[in-house]
Design a protein around this ligand. Sequence first.
Ligand code: CA
Length: 234
Amino acid sequence: MRREKVGMFSLISALALLVGVSDISAVSGGLRGKTVIFPQQSSNSYMRLLPNNFPELSAFTLCMRSATELTRSHATISYATPESDNQILFWAPETKGFNLYLMTSEAIFQLPEAGSLHRHLCVSWESETGYAIVWVDGKRSLAKTLWQGHRVKGGGVIILGQDQDEVEGGFDADQSFVGQISQVNLWDRALGDREVAEVMRGCLCSGGNVIDWSTVDFETTGAVEITADPECEL
Ligand code: CA
């Protein structure tokens, strides 16, 4: 099954506009209208986003669009600092659900199974209340409480496709992401329903004020492919 999956992604990538598959390539100018393919399981393939400034956060909303056929647990977004490799971790446990890790604290959400179809995910958190909320395709979850009264440290390293167990390292192939990710945006505040709906609508709205997918610089390492996002043809 895995061979077939890899073959499918290879075909997609061969047909698509290929921007970078070299070992390491740094690119400025953002990812407007682009989607990122992680074609195979690995312990060394990832995309690092390079926002101009990643401030300390007492609240945030972090969104992405993704699709994966993985049935094992995996990381999608990992933000690490020297103090903690899990400052923010988006973690999918096996086929269902979503776990938000903030340092040593976690919130577990029961969500519909992921799969081949793209879905839009937003997660908000506020230190004051500790409330974390997940939106899937604009539908809001119940609130869970974690990491109340604390802050997310700034100046760290944010990576797509791997779980950092040290800053920009400590990757485990069995936790890597295989599939497609786009539209990663980060705000320094908790968005509301209406704003999340705007974000979900796609590419014409403005991106996050900490990470804006349209403009953020990035680096890719290993087998990471960047192609045109059919949802974003302007
Ligand atoms: Ca970790």
